[in-house]
Design a protein. Structure first.
Length: 654
């Protein structure tokens, strides 16, 4: 007799209790059979942990594994997805049973309480495993060829030859496809690999040590320009210089780069402490996907450092989200809807960094990822979604640039200091003196309606100064092309004349690619590049491809990385800048307390005291702090009238 499998509760007497799947040996039987056993992690039998892509849900009854249930002497069927079924067939031994830990089976995914306790243990589970097995899926797209090619890539005596060898194009392309498998874009794998003692990669019938693959992928990324030339010169591949897309954005390279520098380790490899903040992890891994939007945070929590300031005080004005809600900034709770998890995460970032820049860093999954336990899929504007991400996945699975590089930089390393010198202004008179807790005055979540938790969670109170309103807008810089209208707005129609200082500095955001001040030769290179460009749009990609000057190429690439999909704007104060593509005439440009860059805000019609955050901006002359007089008060024109703006206004972001 066979029926559906029902999970037994984990032993409450032992906090480190886990389930292990014992996969029965069999060489011929098409049916997968296993046992689910409970063990303390501290004395569990030797096991391996599986890392794989869950894949889409299967129609009921299509795939499953039989679980031998000793308690009822019945075999029960546990539904599994086809990707896991394929992995288990590949892992099943002929003569010996083997112990595996598999998240989809060993955690009852329908028990939120159990899941909230087991997920924080996953780092220890993967570290306790004898090894981590990476299942990339069945053989496809010449994956066997790629696996056999990797030892040649890592043979450094051959490397300089094969990156120029026209006969190796198929192998390089196969490797790029392998590096782009869905597994490499899964966020959970960062933790699974980071805690692994050793890892092995399986694809189809082939296998490879992870370290060998990582070295080959890194070498591919470092010498991409030379490898691309093989395809650019090849009619077989249609002279496609963009065949790999943005190589550095490939999931494999992003994963390898993310794993470097996560921990301080002992000489024998033991993890001593985390070195990266939760904000850095969540925002830098924003291209890695999760099935549950809450896991965009939960999947990397165990990797993060825990600053004392995060645990010190409460940023919220209402109960229920106090200090006890924070472990490394937040706790794992699958009973909380995503909008509450997002609020706690953003609050934790502000507290831990003493900065408001998190509201401009894309991290939140697209609304179509959200679960049904939300009243509406719309998040507040201070939860920056992946709609504003720099890169996106195109149809062939490769990454392509979507917008210009972020102005706020990475957490803890701001490129600008727009709010430098902002005076200490408390939210209320009861906290009127600056002191050790001053960072709490950067932002505060509003109480809102006492009967509507979601309404409370949607509002963030911040302080800022209006430095202008958008008066005119140029077209979007599609694919990094400078629209002809931008030159007219900058009063530089005759491109044979010297370029206005503010214009070229705005196009490079007044910085070099590494965040330092722009070199003095930028202006000369800009004028040289645009001589003879006519009066139309300036197609930077074409100029880069045809450029014979390395310094000119460097400048053009910098401009392209800044202006991509942004708009040139002039404020009512006459200042120039770059604003998001979705900005509109009439949007306010504000410098908010704790933010390193100015931001565009739009006043909401249904509540004139509330604003929608449009996004980060570059405003020439306002990136490194304003004068004291500008903080105190200033005037600007609105619909022909003069309005006095006090040094700081309280703003509700929704």
């Amino acid at each position: 007799m066979s029926g559906p499998y029902h999970y037994e509760l984990l032993n409450p007497a032992k906090q480190d209790t886990i389930r292990l799947l014992k996969l029965w040996a069999d060489s011929d039987n098409e049916i997968l059979v296993c046992e689910l056993e409970q063990h303390s992690l501290s004395d569990a039998p030797a096991f391996q942990a599986l890392s794989y892509v869950w894949g889409p849900p299967e129609p009921e009854g299509l795939a499953g594994i039989y679980v031998d249930n000793d308690s009822s002497f019945e075999n029960c069927t546990l539904p599994i997805r086809s990707s896991l079924q394929a992995a288990l067939y590949r892992l099943r031994l002929e003569d010996n049973d083997r112990y595996l830990w598999i998240d989809a089976i060993c955690i009852n995914q329908y028990d939120h309480a159990e899941k909230s306790l087991q997920v924080p243990m996953m780092g220890k589970i993967y570290h306790s495993a004898r090894s981590v097995i990476i299942w990339l899926g069945e053989e496809a797209e010449d994956s066997d060829l790629a696996l056999s090619f990797i030892p040649r890539v890592t043979n450094l005596a051959q490397f300089d030859y094969i990156i120029k060898d026209q006969s190796s194009k198929r192998e390089w392309y196969a490797l790029s496809r392998l590096m782009n498998r869905p597994w490499f874009s899964r966020r959970w794998v960062v933790q699974e690999l980071a805690f692994a003692k050793e890892a092995k990669l399986l694809c189809g019938s082939g296998e490879l040590e992870w370290s060998l693959f990582a070295d080959a992928a890194t070498l591919f990324g470092q010498r991409q320009q030379e490898i691309v030339k093989l395809f650019w010169m090849s009619p077989e591949y249609a002279h496609d210089a963009e065949i790999f897309g943005e190589v550095q954005a490939l999931g494999a390279l992003r994963l390898i780069n993310a794993l470097n520098g996560l921990f301080r380790r002992s000489d024998d490899g033991q993890i001593l402490e985390g070195l990266v903040s939760l904000e850095t992890l969540v925002t830098s891994l924003n291209g890695f996907q999760t099935e549950d939007p809450r896991d965009s945070i939960y999947a990397v929590m165990q990797l993060a450092e825990t600053p004392e300031s995060v645990l010190a005080l409460d940023l919220f004005e209402y109960p229920g989200l106090g200090v006890d809600a924070y472990i490394g900034g937040i706790n794992v709770d699958y009973d909380s809807p995503f909008f509450q998890v997002a609020q706690r995460f953003v609050a934790s970032c502000i507290r831990g960094s003493n900065s408001l820049d998190i509201i401009c860093r894309p991290w939140a999954p697209f609304p179509n990822y959200y679960y049904s336990n939300f009243e509406t899929p719309i998040l507040s504007s201070w939860a920056c979604t992946m709609e504003d991400a720099v890169f996106e996945i195109r149809g062939d699975g490769h990454y392509t640039r979507k917008r210009g590089d972020s102005f706020v930089g990475t957490p803890g390393r701001p490129i600008y200091q727009a709010s430098r010198g902002f005076p200490f202004i408390p939210f209320d008179s009861q906290n009127s003196e600056p002191g050790a807790n001053q960072f709490l005055e950067i932002a505060r979540f509003s109480k809102g309606s006492r009967t509507n938790t979601r309404e409370r969670a949607l509002q963030m109170m911040v302080k800022g100064v209006v430095i202008g309103k958008i008066q005119s807008l140029g077209e979007r810089a599609m694919e990094g092309t400078i629209p002809a209208g931008w030159f007219a707005m900058a009063n530089w129609q005759q491109r044979s004349k010297p370029v206005p200082e503010a214009f070229y500095r705005t196009l490079v955001a007044d910085r070099a690619a590494d965040g330092s001040n722009p070199p003095t030769w930028y202006k000369r290179a800009f004028e040289h590049a645009l001589v003879g460009s006519g009066t139309g749009d300036v197609r930077l990609q074409r100029m880069i491809t045809q450029s014979k000057s390395s310094v000119t190429t460097e400048l053009l690439q910098r401009i392209q990385s800044v202006i991509w999909n942004r708009r040139y704007a002039i404020t009512n104060q006459g200042t120039a800048g770059l604003v998001p593509a979705k900005a509109q005439v009439g949007d306010f440009i504000m410098v908010l307390h704790g933010a390193s860059v100015p931001m565009a805000l739009r006043k909401l019609e249904f509540n004139l005291k509330s604003y929608w955050l449009v996004g980060e901006c570059y405003i020439h002359g306002a990136m490194d702090g304003l004068k004291t007089s500008e903080w105190e008060e200033q005037s600007f024109t609105s619909s022909g009238s003069s309005t006095v703006v006090k040094k700081s206004r309280l703003v509700s972001l929704r």
